[in-house]
Write a protein of this length. Structure first.
Length: 422
């Protein structure tokens, strides 16, 4: 089946029309600033704790304390995201994360807080994440017309890619300039700015079809909607597995191959940077192109994401690994934009946060497995064999998913199909 690619006319307004929409500009600025702050804090938190004398085990426990509330509360966040104002829920989550990070920065600056306090503050950040993510997953279709969702998602992807590229570098400079607490305080301030910008976002609220339904009933409706679209569970499971494999191979096994080589850490840093640059390039590509078969395009992108792992398994030289990492970034950005846009144009708006929370929970559950099993697998089977097997699994998932007719026949969704129920 032919896959048609349409390149947008450079002379048309296209994505430039997004900047004429005040709501979108405020939302983009809010998420860009908070994403950059989070990227800065990811480096700053670990360094701050280690410099303060905490052991690596403590760092891992604190990071886990941020993750556990997301796993427990994300489905609840999806239900509330569909029941309440998504904008208000995101503002509340930003303020909670602002407060917890501000307290953490002060405590680390003036003393040596106990592990329980560190875990409690990390848990507050996790609670904020659990309610912010599902609400954000359903907000963009309330801000933009349906035919601008692809460009909006691509623009959001660009801002995240820029944060990934700049965040660690800025975080390192902030830690060197003012210490780890200064980097965490910067993250705290980013949440406050994000909350302030979100207050300028205005749009009509979604009508909820059933006002008196129980919490559990609403949650079940989200599951029914998720299963109703057969392509959605297929792709959700596939992408969760592929992401778990990619994270384990790229961020655990990959660095281990370079850790004890002359100039290895610097070389791997360059390879990792190409991932962010590729993601930025993929987002730009999505602004310029439109695909008539989004699910087939996603499968093509997943297939090419095996490229860097084949290169790693074959001991390819650094320039080739850089190209592979760049390709991986392109594929990740395109998949995210296409998947989010297709879901937003297919799932009814009044149930979108619940479906987003289910997808996020599946991905979150498999990510720790990918991280934890990749190291032992590399030790037992060898790094190259493990990476090669992972690449083969990625290709196998593409073959399996393409065996389903609903994936092959799925065309571009009707932009007006997912309107809210009255």
């Amino acid at each position: 089946m032919a896959l048609k690619i349409r390149t947008q006319n450079p002379d048309s307004s296209g994505y430039r029309g997004l900047f004429a929409q005040r709501n979108f500009c405020a939302y983009l600025a809010a998420t860009s600033i908070s994403s950059l702050g989070t990227a800065i804090a990811q480096m700053g938190l670990s360094l701050a704790l280690l410099v303060a004398g905490y052991k690596a085990t403590t760092v891992g426990i604190v990071l886990a304390a941020e993750t556990v509330p997301v796993l427990i509360l994300m489905l609840a966040g999806g239900v509330l995201g569909d029941r309440w104002s998504r904008r208000s829920l995101m503002i509340a989550a930003d303020l909670l994360r602002f407060g917890s990070q501000a307290v953490l920065a002060v405590l680390l600056a003036i003393g040596h807080p106990q592990l329980g306090i560190l875990m409690g503050l990390g848990g507050c950040v996790g609670i904020g994440n659990a309610f912010h993510r599902p609400a954000a997953g359903g907000l963009l279709p309330q801000i933009l017309p349906a035919d601008q969702l692809k460009d909006g998602n691509a623009m959001m992807g660009m801002s995240r890619s820029i944060a990934i590229i700049l965040g660690p570098a800025i975080g390192g400079m902030l830690v060197g300039f003012g210490g780890g607490p200064f980097a965490i305080a910067t993250d705290s301030a980013s949440y406050l700015v994000s909350a302030a910008l979100m207050m300028f976002v205005r749009f009509p609220q979604v009508k909820i079809a059933v006002q008196n339904a129980s919490f559990l009933t609403d949650l079940k409706r989200g599951g029914v909607e998720f299963r109703q679209h057969r392509w959605l569970p297929l792709l959700t499971g596939q992408l969760a597995l592929v992401n778990a494999l990619n994270l384990g191979m790229f961020f655990v096994i990959g660095p281990s191959l370079f850790a004890h080589v002359q100039g290895g850490p610097q070389s791997w840093g360059i390879v990792t940077s190409c991932l962010g640059i590729g993601a930025l390039g993929g987002s730009v590509m999505m602004l310029r192109c439109s695909f008539s078969r989004p699910l087939l395009t996603i499968q093509f992108c997943i297939a090419i994401m095996a490229t860097p792992f084949v290169f790693l398994a074959l001991h390819a030289p650094l320039p080739v690994l850089m190209i592979g990492s760049f390709v991986l970034g392109i594929g990740m950005a395109m998949i995210n934009t296409l998947f989010q846009t297709t879901m937003q144009q297919t799932i009814p708006l009044e149930i979108l946060s619940r479906v987003s929370s289910i997808i996020g929970l599946v991905a979150m559950c498999l990510m720790p497995i990918g991280y934890s099993l990749s190291g032992p697998a590399a030790t037992y089977f060898g790094a190259q064999r493990t990476i090669g097997a992972g690449a083969a699994v990625v290709i196998f998932t593409v073959i399996y998913v393409l065996m389903h007719a609903e994936i092959r026949s799925f065309g571009r969704p009707n932009p007006h199909a997912a309107t809210p129920a009255n």
